[in-house]
Design a protein around this ligand. Structure first.
Ligand SMILES: Nc1ncnc2c1ncn2[C@@H]1O[C@H](COP(=O)(O)OP(=O)(O)OP(=O)(O)O)[C@@H](O)[C@H]1O
Ligand SMILES: [Mg+2]
Length: 369
């Protein structure tokens, strides 16, 4: 059997933003008569509309938040400084970086995933060893990684979770960001200096729960403009987002009946209370140590819908929610599981609505219950 690595677009679990929203990008390009920074696929105004939506052009809102954040982010990308999106886990930093790259360069796939084992080779370039041995270092034997490609082609490079990389590895971004050049000393003559083409820049993301940005070298910090992405403050906005995102995920999963809005309301309420440690009527309660972000709420709403549909052929219910919460909220932490159980025992009884009663009754579904 041969392995085909080319997956057709309609069979992809999650196509990149430029594929998911190809129609919207085409409409924005066609209507875009505003000035563009050199090397950009869209003007700042059109890129902004791609992220925050434009009803007249049929462009959906993809990121919920302060539009001035998007303006500042785009202006940073048009300067010679990188953009660093920082914030709590699950606040859509990665989504925003993907959308910005798709808007600015028409491509969000030049991505480096930062981690403890990330090496300079994975960021800059490596070699095809067979060719290196047979013909020595040459442009043919060079295997470009996202940074080199972004610089040579004038495109946006995404660096996910940059602060999870070792400091000395992060610092290989210094000269690409400040001098806009990357040295490839092995290549002979003028080919050994790759000068960045117009349009190149870097969007990095960093999560406040991992090793913080404080650990970044001050030299590198100075080469980035920082933007903080905050969790969604307003309940109704978060609920609408969870409903829309989970609905889209469920459709892709072949589920035709989504959980009822009442169930999602209970879900979003529970997430917000377990995140903040305070109930809607002001009682203090235990916060969970696990991440209870909007991204997690969307994932749980998706699971609730799948559970109802694939196990019973009905919409997901508040009882399904109890089962799905344990795997997200408590993970492997027994203390969080106990806190979750206490929450269901002590803080659900006083609320009006059948969904809350059902959630309370389903607390026995929790593992070990
Ligand atoms: N403000 C928001 N606008 C749009 N979607 C949001 C928002 N906040 C959370 N989401 C949801 O979260 C998902 C994106 O989460 P994403 O992975 O981008 O977060 P992150 O901040 O990168 O998290 P992490 O720190 O764990 O990497 C979106 O697909 C969406 O469902
Ligand atoms: Mg992320």
């Amino acid at each position: 059997m041969t392995l085909s690595v080319t997956v057709p677009t309609d069979a992809m679990q999650r196509p990149p933003a430029e594929v998911r929203y190809a129609d919207e990008l085409a409409r924005l390009r066609a209507a875009d008569d505003a000035p563009k920074p050199p090397g950009w696929a869209l003007s700042l105004r059109a890129a902004r509309a791609f992220v925050v939506g434009d009803d007249a052009l049929g462009v959906t809102r993809k990121f919920v938040g302060d539009p001035s954040l998007i303006d500042r982010a785009l202006v940073s990308l048009a300067t010679n400084r990188g953009l660093l999106l920082v914030g709590e886990p699950g606040t859509a930093k990665s989504l925003l970086s993907e959308l910005l790259a798709a808007a600015v360069s028409g491509d969000s796939t030049l991505t480096i995933q930062g981690g403890a084992a990330t090496t300079e080779d994975q960021i800059k370039y490596s070699w095809n060893y067979a060719l290196l041995v047979s013909e020595g270092p040459s442009e043919r034997s060079l295997v470009p990684a996202p940074l080199l490609r972004g610089m040579a082609e004038g495109r946006t490079v995404r660096f996910e979770e940059i602060t999870r990389c070792p400091l000395e590895v992060q610092d290989c971004l210094l000269s690409p960001l400040s001098d806009r050049v990357l040295a490839v000393p092995e290549l002979p003559g003028g080919a050994g200096m790759v000068f960045a083409k117009e349009g190149f820049n870097i969007i990095a993301t960093a999560n406040t729960r991992d090793r913080g940005v404080n650990d970044m070298s001050s030299a590198l910090k100075r080469r980035f403009n920082f933007e903080t992405v905050f969790p969604i403050a307003d309940f109704d906005t978060e609920l609408a987002l969870v409903e829309a995102e989970a609905g889209a995920l469920l459709r892709r999963s072949g589920v035709t009946v989504a959980p009822h809005r009442d169930v999602l309301e209970v879900l979003v309420t529970a997430f917000r209370e377990l995140r903040t440690g305070r109930t809607a009527r002001g009682d203090e309660m235990d916060r969970l140590s696990g991440v209870m972000s909007t991204a997690e709420a969307v994932a749980v709403a998706h699971a609730v819908g799948l559970r109802g549909w694939f196990l019973r052929g009905t919409a997901g219910t508040a009882a399904d929610l109890a089962s799905c919460l344990a795997g997200t909220a408590a993970k492997d932490n027994p203390e969080d599981l106990a806190k979750l159980r206490r929450y269901l025992e002590q803080h659900t009884g006083w609320r009006a609505g059948a969904q809350w009663r059902e959630l309370r009754d389903a607390r026995r579904e929790l593992p070990g219950g």
